[in-house]
Design a protein around this ligand. Sequence first.
Ligand SMILES: Cc1cc2nc3c(=O)[nH]c(=O)nc-3n(C[C@H](O)[C@H](O)[C@H](O)COP(=O)(O)OP(=O)(O)OC[C@H]3O[C@@H](n4cnc5c(N)ncnc54)[C@H](O)[C@@H]3O)c2cc1C
Length: 448
Amino acid sequence: MILGGGPAGAHAATHAARLGVDVTVVERDVIGGAADMWDCIPSKSMISTGGAMSFLGRTERMGLGPTDPTLDLERLRKRIGAITTRLGKTTETILTSQDVQLIRGEGRLAGSHLVAVETSGGPVELEADAVLLATGSRPRIPGWAPIDGDRVLTTRDAYPPKELPEHLVVIGSGVTGVEFVHMFSSLGSEVTLIVSRQQVLWRKDPEVAAVLEEDFLRRGVTLLKGARAIAVDRGGSGVSVRCDDGRVAHGSHALLAIGSVPNSDRLALETAGVDVDPAGYIPINHHCQTNVPHIYAAGDLSGKLPLSSVAAMQGRKIAEHVVVGHTASHRHLNYEKAASAIFTEPEIADVGLAEADAFAEGRKIRVTKVPFAASAKALINDDARGFVKIVSDPATGVVLGGSIVGQHAAELISVIAVAVTAGLRVHDIVESMLVHPTLSEALAEAAD
Ligand SMILES: Cc1cc2nc3c(=O)[nH]c(=O)nc-3n(C[C@H](O)[C@H](O)[C@H](O)COP(=O)(O)OP(=O)(O)OC[C@H]3O[C@@H](n4cnc5c(N)ncnc54)[C@H](O)[C@@H]3O)c2cc1C
């Protein structure tokens, strides 16, 4: 029994079904989960439209005449709806073609081996040998933010909003916040970003954050650094965001991007004795088992890395564990080897050991870096910002990590991610004969 049909639930279901298990997925909303409906897919669809706008804004540099694209919000809304609906249907077809039973409704535990579901036809109870809790998370909304879905928005109200904000105040400068700054500033909104520390993406390498800040300033984004929002007031035709240092940011709209809370509060975890931490996340071991061994938790609910790709991999590992248990060949999930990306312009992507963490641990590393300014393809594409950095072990040459800032960084990081997961050496990358001219060549040069 799987509660939640997002990436964690859907991947666990397809993999378990392939391994011969009877699987039921309970989903209260749409198969594909928040990932497809509200988070990854609509945000990247809007960013892709913003990317098209900014590309068309510089056609003259590509040897074309000037163009003046205009945004059509209704078309954009339809485009996003078409993409999310299609993805949801595809996932649903994959599940049903493998005889996974789908139940529409809200599920909760009703005992150690029992799940209760509120369906449109009334309540049902189902027994299960193993249960996966994969109900995801939702945007965190503090008491001081009067969300109305109109002028004061969460990320889920923004695909797209009813009108393009004339001036958007984004609260929160983590991954989600900076992606929304990028999205709306490329679509034509004026944007103010409230940054609680002295740099955006404060957990990231300062060199990486600096490239992004430079791009924001070039676009005219106002950065309010060292300020923490404490109140949002709606008045007349705009909003005012008050900060703890007395500064006030005025705009037509405000958007909250300050993290998420796990959907664990309606799962009746106590009926099965499942532990939950004070923040509402469900602690798991390296097999994704909760303190009740036949009840697993995965995805955002498990409080590990909140990434769709990680949720999907947890789901896959859980299916294997349920079916074959722990075997000698079973590889645990190593969250440190998960690649992640930020879809800004330039894109930012990382995997594995970060240079700063290695220094902090006093670990000996070799760091090699190549700027895209030296790449023929980057010049052809008219965007030579950023760099490739590879971190390796100086004694063995094994690739330990890397970061890429630049065009298509989210795609290019895959090469370093495979190297990190497979334990490849820098020479394995250097000796690959890659296509010329491509951005990937910078990877081989950085590895050399
Ligand atoms: C704006 C934004 C952009 C993001 N972009 C990316 C990105 O580009 N790449 C990336 O890897 N990650 C991204 N993420 C993170 C990613 O969306 C999550 O990590 C991912 O959705 C987690 O998957 P999940 O399966 O845990 O949960 P979800 O995708 O949230 O799915 C959970 C499902 O459970 C259902 N559910 C909840 N309660 C119940 C119940 N009681 N009974 C039945 N069903 C229930 C929900 O309806 C939902 O369908 C983004 C997040 C945000 C906020």
